[in-house]
Design a protein around this ligand. Structure first.
Ligand code: GLA
Length: 684
């Protein structure tokens, strides 16, 4: 694969022969005899990219200023001799005990003022100057030693930056927050205006009076909270940049860090991080606390691809079976790991890596699954791992191709942080759930979607969905309005376009930023009790939210037939300049939402890639395009218990069989057809 390069600077590409198959490996936990066995088994499985030194600090700097690289040298050589490429961790993700003993000021403090102590991992404050100095010294030593080692294919900065410590409230964070605010607002008056501090006597006289949003006895200032999220994301990004700069001084090898594009971690605005990566990498674990974990996997992939601006990316971690950090850690069913892995490839990954190589014997992750389980190689899981390695080899030619999608969903961390804050009309409305609902409905319809930023170039999309985009800047609002004006088709859902970037309400009738485009005006929100359902006059049902809405030019598609707003429009359609903008002022049930999206897609000329199902079949197309040729790869993922067939022709790469008119995909299996005919009608 080849990573994208930015227009502003040339970044080194991550080049790999085909689809990478890899894992985290923690050799510090094992004897050297075990290392020998490990590399033999890695070769048996076809593992060709191994992340090491992720948690290496206390081994390579066992005492302050004393460095010992003997073990790391040896494992890198061993992997290299065996033709296994190294994804080299900088080793800074977890501090050694000597450092926090000497410098306890590194430790993070939470919103309630309590300290988080060593004994776990990531117990460091992102704004700590001492942490940064010590960590960068380590990076310097590692980069100097291995910066041009032929085994090293990729640098892996820290690990899941901000997984546990993104929000720190200690004095060093407070000081850095103040400096960040000064840069953002320049004057204290501008900050007072942005935060609306006339409310509740919060007016600041000097920068020093400002604190991070510590726990309060009442609700907090929401603008302060959203700025603290922005600051915290920027602070860790700045730290990433500092490691990047040190690495670059010694090495021209591509650099990345593993993102967490997932439902339960929302602290980093990856739209601002993505341009800083030489290749986008993401960690994804099935979250069985969600209603539909597989649908969330697909969403996460589509968003990760959006961060990569459509280019291939690397799945840096996922699990062969159970994790250890959910209340109930479900084992995967036979075949599920393969389906998950190939879904990632279908949705743009050119690398499939796992946490971790060999299941630990000790520590808090000893019951986390691995490629090599405690039970050893005579297991179904190991056999599936070996089979997956072989399958990925057969898919090598797919690397470098891009997913074809002509529908986009807009996603915003600003809206996630602000719409889910305190003091809002209904705590039952959850931003991500609304985004997932739109994505899931399109997935059911067989339509592949990109997930992109509100300010992204939308001109290539036939249809754009704007779910619950509560906070929107003027520039973003103009981008969306212009897209429709120029002939696009948009669906906006309730609680969109409500506030500006300071969390200040846009007045004159909701949704302020999109009122004119939508041809509607909302006088008042009318949230519904979570258990209440209302009927619409088109036969669909809805819940959770309603609005006292007037059409100011839009056609009414459906009105409430019962509930508190009988006769009031709930779904509208408005011709706006050369395009069409629809609005949904409630939470439609799944069938209602699908019906709306189905008719919208038909009108916009969107052709589904796959059949309409309940999400049990996913069909995705990746396209390799050069000036002379176009080669398509059709991925069919069958989550169902029945065999299915899909119309296509070419060569099926998993089995090597020819496909004349239809490919049969057995229950629970995945097939990838190198297509004979290019279906140009799906071109973006
Ligand atoms: C994250 C971390 C890994 C490991 C896994 C367990 O992804 O990066 O070190 O803890 O979670 O699921």
């Amino acid at each position: 694969m080849t990573s994208r390069s930015t227009s502003t600077d040339e970044r080194p590409a991550f080049v790999h022969d085909g689809i990478a198959f890899g894992c985290d490996y923690n050799p510090e936990q094992w004897s050297r005899e075990v290392w020998q066995e490990d590399v033999v088994l890695m070769r048996e499985a076809g593992v060709d990219l191994v992340a090491i030194n992720i948690f290496g600090w206390s081994h390579i700097e066992p005492r302050d200023g004393v460095f010992d690289f003997e073990g790391l040298d040896a494992i890198i050589e061993l992997l290299h001799e065996n033709g296994i490429r190294v994804n080299l961790g900088t080793g800074t993700s977890s501090t050694p005990p000597w450092l926090t003993t000497k410098h306890p000021e590194i430790l993070p403090i939470m919103a309630d003022g309590t300290t988080r102590y060593p004994g776990g991992r990531q117990a460091w404050c992102p704004s700590s100057p001492v942490f940064r100095e010590r960590a960068l010294l380590l990076v310097d030593k590692v980069a100097e030693r291995y910066g041009s080692h032929p085994a090293v294919a990729l640098w892996h900065v820290s690990n899941e930056l901000g997984c546990h410590n993104a929000l720190c409230y200690n004095e060093e964070s407070a000081e850095a927050f103040r400096r960040w605010l000064e840069r953002r607002y320049t004057t204290i008056d501008a900050l007072n205006a942005a935060w609306g501090t006339s409310f509740w006597s919060q007016r600041y006289g000097t920068w020093d009076e400002i604190l991070p949003p510590m726990l309060t006895v009442s609700t907090s200032n929401p603008s302060q909270v959203v700025d603290f999220h922005r600051f915290s994301s920027d602070e860790l990004l700045d730290y990433y940049r500092a490691e990047y700069a040190v690495l670059r001084r010694h090495s021209s090898i591509p650099i990345t860090t593993n993102f967490m594009v997932t439902a339960h971690i929302k602290n980093l605005d990856y739209w601002s991080w993505a341009p800083e990566m030489d290749v986008i990498a993401n960690d994804h674990y099935l979250d069985n606390r969600l209603e539909d974990p597989t649908a969330e996997l697909s969403f996460s992939d589509d968003l990760t691809r959006g961060l990569a601006q459509g280019a291939p990316w690397i799945l840096m971690e996922h699990s062969t079976s159970a994790v250890n950090w959910q209340p109930l850690n479900l084992a995967k069913q036979p075949g599920e790991m393969t389906r998950n892995s190939l879904t990632h490839v279908a949705r743009g990954a050119d690398g499939v890596c796992f946490f971790q190589w060999r299941a630990s014997l000790q520590g808090s992750e000893k019951f986390h699954s691995a490629l090599l389980p405690h039970a050893g190689t005579n297991t179904d899981l190991w056999r599936e791992v070996v089979e997956l390695g072989a399958t990925l080899d057969r898919l090598d030619e797919v690397a470098g191709s891009r997913v074809v999608a002509d529908v986009a969903i807009l996603f915003s961390w600003d809206s996630w942080w602000s719409a889910d804050g305190e003091s809002r009309p209904s705590k039952s409305v959850d931003y991500l759930q609304q985004v997932h609902a739109a994505h899931g409905a399109l997935r059911d319809l067989g339509i592949t979607t990109d997930v992109v930023a509100p300010g992204a170039d939308l001109s290539g999309y036939r249809m754009v969905i704007v779910p619950g985009l509560y906070m929107v800047t003027d520039v973003e609002a103009t981008n969306i309005n212009d897209y429709v004006a120029a002939g696009g088709s948009a669906l906006v859902t309730f609680f969109s376009g409500i506030v500006d970037e300071d969390d200040r309400v846009r007045t004159g009738g909701y949704p302020g930023a999109f009122r004119e485009m939508l041809g509607v005006s909302v006088d008042e929100f009318v949230p519904l009790a979570p258990t209440d359902q209302v009927s619409l006059d088109d036969g669909s049902s809805a819940g959770l939210w309603a609005e006292r809405l007037r059409s100011t030019g839009a056609d009414v598609i459906a009105r409430y037939a019962d509930g508190p707003l009988v006769g009031v429009p709930a779904v509208t359609r408005h011709d706006y300049q050369s395009g069409v903008a629809r609005y949904v002022a409630t939470v439609l049930d799944r069938d209602g939402l699908k019906a709306l999206l189905r008719s919208m897609a038909a009108e916009a000329g969107v052709t589904p890639t796959g059949p309409e199902t309940d999400g049990s079949v996913e069909v995705i197309r990746r396209r390799a395009q050069s000036q002379q040729t176009t080669q398509d790869y059709l991925f069919v993922i069958n989550h169902s218990v029945d065999d299915i067939t899909v119309a296509t022709s070419g060569i099926e790469l998993v089995t090597g069989e020819g496909v004349e008119t239809r490919v049969t995909v057995p229950a629970g299996a995945v097939r990838v057809v190198k297509e004979r005919e290019t279906k140009m009608e799906n071109a973006a």
